[in-house]
Design a protein around this ligand. Sequence first.
Ligand code: FES
Length: 132
Amino acid sequence: MQLNRKNFLKLAAWSFSVFFFGLTLSIPTIKIRSRQKKIRLLLENINSGANLFDEVIIVKDLNMLRAYLRRCTHLGCPLNINSDGTLICPCHGSQFNLAGMAVTGPATKNLTELAIKIDPEKKFAEVEYELL
Ligand code: FES
């Protein structure tokens, strides 16, 4: 085959197609998996104030329940209960009140509130949450 301008362009187009087709096949698919979890708790096991359950904080206040993700909004460390009953981050000292509000930095965002389902007949609370 003579390599004139027309054949050169055909060859270049074919090479280009093969290169990009091969490149497309060789790119690995990135899957971001979230970890969906659910906890189910007997209502009688939830005390007044803050309760820590795995990755979830449940706050019982005057028979109202609220749930928060147990992750500091600064860099994601798991929160603990402070001596005064509020929530504290062991990593850099951020503190949150029982309404989930950041009251001492470096965290500035409030805690992530989670939906809580309560089934009074079966006497349990259920919280679904997702970790990335
Ligand atoms: S991760 Fe909680 S204060 Fe930094």
